[in-house]
Design a protein around this ligand. Structure first.
Ligand SMILES: [Fe+2]
Ligand SMILES: [Fe+2]
Length: 187
């Protein structure tokens, strides 16, 4: 039984969003100006899907359960993953604050947007790599069948709850809109 596959599948969508952010970053570096709407959609996607949906499931279900089971042995590893989630939230909030100034071509706001964009992309990409290649395989190895069954039930229950006010279809739509906007957003 594999309980981390769903989380890995979610990473694929998050990485797709990060790819669009990288395109936006490249454009800004060469003095192009992707639309304000692109960044607004991106903030919504990463906040609603990557953070409130995906990171929530990792932190409140998996990390909590593992910390309890391993009695402190994984504190460093889990702590560093939590820290990266938290830094991501901070970068995203700062990025969001610079969007209006960016639209008015305020150079300080553009610099701030670029800094937070670059940090956000880089930290989240490393984070996902570590989860996919180190942390999740360890989780699969450490948990018994009963524990996996228990966690899967919890995941299902929380997913249904989360989906009722933060539907997956809305988030997939945001991703599509990001793709469309970054493809055409040129000056
Ligand atoms: Fe994570
Ligand atoms: Fe993750």
């Amino acid at each position: 039984m594999n309980i981390t596959q769903t989380l890995k599948d979610e990473h694929v969508l998050i990485l797709k969003g990060l790819k669009f952010l990288r395109i936006a970053r490249d454009k800004i570096e060469s003095n192009q100006h992707p639309s304000k709407l692109f960044f607004q959609k991106a903030v919504l996607f990463f906040r609603n899907y990557a953070d409130k949906y995906h990171h929530y499931k990792e932190e409140f279900l998996m990390f909590g359960f593992l910390a309890q089971k391993k009695e402190g042995q994984l504190d460093l590893e889990i702590g560093s993953l939590r820290h990266q989630h938290e830094r991501g939230r901070q970068f995203l909030t700062r990025l969001e604050k610079s969007i209006n100034g960016y639209e008015m071509k305020n150079e300080i706001a553009i610099t701030s947007l670029l800094e937070n964009l670059a940090s956000f992309i880089s930290v989240l990409r490393r984070h996902i790599f570590r989860e996919d290649h180190l942390f999740f395989p360890m989780v699969e190895h450490e948990l018994s069948l009963d524990e996996k069954t228990f966690l899967l039930t919890q995941f299902d229950f929380e997913e249904k709850k989360l989906n009722s006010n933060n539907p997956i279809e809305d988030n997939l739509e945001l991703l599509k809109e990001m793709e469309k906007l970054i493809g055409v957003a040129n000056e």
